[in-house]
Design a protein around this ligand. Structure first.
Ligand SMILES: C[S@@+](CC[C@H](N)C(=O)[O-])C[C@H]1O[C@@H](n2cnc3c(N)ncnc32)[C@H](O)[C@@H]1O
Length: 229
């Protein structure tokens, strides 16, 4: 048995984790999936089920747990996985291969939606569902984090120096751009921190969009589904 440092996460030791009834490969290049993210997956599945067809874009895909946990839904015509980390995308691709995903799935290095907006990725003509569990912890806010998180990639944890919600702020501006390029409906489902509900509400209230907030298993409202208009 190799000698792991103290507090080294079990998931990195074994290289796998169960999420939404499936086994996923995890390495220190990706965030260890959190149980609460299943709430995002449930909502995304519900939304996708309500559509006849759609393109699913997952931003900040990490190990790919979110899109791969939705990939059995027949209305999905295409899955696009985006991440700024090429190492994370490699893990997501391995997971897609080992789970034998049948829907067309592609992996792209992208700063949020940049590759889509630069037309490096062509979208097919159908409703767009976007999922995103972006880094949302305030930079270097170690005091509120357990010791084992120190082994996770910083790029998967920290979202900015003001409140941590900055990447979502950038993404919302990009969504305005995306909406100008398509007549299709765009729905985004996001996860944020347990203490960011008011920040999310204040920022989203500046946009002409319909937002629905929903809770995790402990009743903390830390997800939103937003219809981009
Ligand atoms: C909190 S992790 C979530 C990983 C996975 N979606 C999950 O739920 O377990 C955030 C992911 O976003 C990626 N990321 C960070 N900054 C990004 C950016 N500007 N554009 C795209 N992806 C980014 C990180 O590399 C990381 O994989």
């Amino acid at each position: 048995m190799p000698n792991f440092p103290e507090n080294y996460p079990l998931e990195y030791r074994t290289g796998c984790v169960q999420f939404y009834w499936r086994n996923f490969i995890v390495t220190p290049d990706v965030l260890i999936p959190r149980l609460e993210t299943e709430c995002l997956v449930r909502k995304a599945r519900e939304t996708i089920h309500s559509l006849k067809s759609c393109t699913l874009i997952d931003i900040g895909t990490g190990s790919g747990i979110i899109p791969l946990s939705c990939s059995d839904i027949l209305s999905i015509q295409e899955i696009i996985c985006l991440d700024i980390s090429s190492e994370a995308l490699k893990v997501a691709r391995e997971n897609a291969e080992s789970l034998q995903i049948h829907v067309p799935i592609t992996f792209h290095i992208s700063n949020l939606l940049e590759s889509v907006l630069n037309s490096n990725i062509q979208l097919s003509d159908q409703p767009i569902v976007i999922t995103a569990n972006l880094p949302y912890i305030k930079n270097e806010d170690w005091k509120n984090m357990s010791v084992d998180t120190r082994f996770e990639p910083k790029i998967a944890l920290f979202g900015g120096k003001v409140h941590g919600f900055e990447l979502y702020e950038q993404l919302f501006l990009q969504l305005l751009e995306l909406k100008k390029c398509t007549l299709q409906t765009i729905t985004i489902i996001i996860e944020f921190g347990f203490d960011q509900n008011q920040i999310a509400k204040d920022i989203l209230s500046q946009y002409p969009w319909d937002s629905e907030f929903f809770s995790d298993y402990s009743g903390i409202e830390r997800f939103a589904q937003v219809d981009i208009k």
